[in-house]
Design a protein around this ligand. Structure first.
Ligand code: UD1
Ligand code: UDP
Length: 357
């Protein structure tokens, strides 16, 4: 059994880290192939450092580009390495261009594909992530669905029940494993504040649309003023670049900082009064940590967080963002965590081992 772990972006490094640790713990032959989709130290290297992971065996260094450029360069590089290494199974996680390329390259080479976090659906095909998820799921041999909701999505699309396992989401494993390292560390040293709103924005449909991005910033300023809480905003490079390109200024109540490492970000999340985000992983983490969340999108592939009362969809209208923030602010935990018990990686690797992948 030899497993290729393919990853390329910040959330994939975080959500694959428990699986890499579990492969190591069981002494299973494996290697990590990094596509290089993310490459800035604060979007990439710092996560290997704080999560205690070895540097990847391969890094394709594909960098940024259009969807076609990124995916095309990845396909060529991944195919070459898979031909040399001949793994029995490729693991991909989530919905990025790296996942699309990894799953497609492996499937065409008749290498088994395991999709971690399979079956998420926003129902919005204009999102690049939705296209990536659907293609990856339909070429995969092992579909590790985090919840019953995601498993049902797969069954509805005609994917055989035999390929699907409900495993929980490895984000719970990552949160639990990382929180044990940050006990006692408070948010003030990172945020500079005792109380604050935590914001992230990076989704293509928000960051690349000037009118929408402007309205979101307007909404954040409104929320900050009305609730009397300043905003801490670790800015993803895509959004940082777009704010500059579009000449949008943040206003003095929003403190933009560079992206922070995972442990620091968890501390910021844990200490926030409210989180406002368009990130998938941050919606999940807010729910797991018991911090209320306002999602700056019109839809979500994480409906479980809405159902348990941890999250609300606000879209991009300033008045609606304010209304949602007011509604969520008083809520604090007490909901059920729908993403599992923190043993997802153990289950996933166990299933692969049993399948002799
Ligand atoms: C990608 C994923 C998205 C995921 C996100 C996680 C796709 C289609 N999108 O979006 O699903 O939620 O990663 O963060 O795969 N940049 C840097 N340094 C980096 C990486 C990016 O400066 O290390 C800048 C570049 O200007 C680049 C832009 O960010 O053009 C976008 O990067 P890209 O990887 O294409 O998409 P993300 O927005 O990061
Ligand atoms: N994150 C981080 N530092 C930051 C912002 C986010 O470590 O400054 C982590 C966050 O805890 C979550 C993941 O990055 O686990 C989410 O990544 P992102 O929002 O880029 O992508 P998505 O989850 O939307 O695909």
């Amino acid at each position: 059994m030899k497993v290729a772990v393919i990853l390329g972006t910040r959330p994939e490094i975080i959500k694959m880290s428990p699986i890499i640790r579990e492969l190591e713990r069981r002494g299973i032959d494996h290697f990590v192939l990094h596509t290089g989709q993310h490459y800035s130290h604060n979007m990439d290297g710092v996560f290997f450092e704080v999560l205690g992971l070895n540097p990847p065996k391969y890094n394709l260094g594909v960098g940024s580009g259009t969807h076609g450029e990124e995916t095309g360069r990845m396909l060529v590089g991944i195919e070459r390495i898979l031909a040399e290494e001949k793994p029995g199974c490729v693991l991909v996680e989530g919905d990025t261009n790296t996942v699309l390329a990894g799953a497609l390259a492996a499937a065409k080479m008749h290498i088994k594909v395991g999709h971690v976090e399979a079956g998420l659906r926003s129902g919005d095909m204009s999102m690049p992530e939705e296209v990536n998820r659907i293609v990856a799921d339909h070429v995969s041999d092992y579909l590790f669905a985090p919840t019953q909701v995601s498993a049902q999505n797969l069954l509805r699309e005609g994917i055989s029940a035999q390929k699907i396992a409900v495993t929980g989401n490895t984000i719970v494993d990552a949160v639990q494993q990382s929180l044990s390292l940050v006990e006692g560390r408070g948010a003030k040293s990172i945020a500079g504040l005792d109380r604050y709103l935590l914001v992230t924005i990076h989704r293509q449909e928000n960051a690349d649309n000037p009118a929408r991005l402007r309205k979101i910033i307007e909404g954040l300023n409104l929320v900050s003023e009305e609730l009397g809480l300043e905003v801490v905003y670790p800015a993803h490079p895509r959004a940082r670049k777009r704010l500059k390109d579009f000449g949008i200024s943040l206003g003095e109540r929003i403190r933009a900082i560079d992206p922070v490492d995972y442990l620091s970000f968890l501390i910021l999340e844990r200490g926030a009064d409210l989180i406002l985000t368009d990130s998938g992983g941050v919606q999940e983490e807010a729910c797991i940590l018991g911090v209320p969340c306002v999602t700056l999108r019109d839809n979500t592939e994480r409906p479980e967080t809405l159902e348990v009362g941890a999250n609300i969809l606000a879209g991009a209208e300033p008045s609606r963002i304010l209304k949602c923030a007011r509604e969520m602010l008083p809520r604090r935990g007490g909901w059920e965590n729908p993403y599992g018990d923190g043993r997802s990686a153990e289950r996933i690797v166990g299933l692969l081992e049993n399948a002799g992948a």
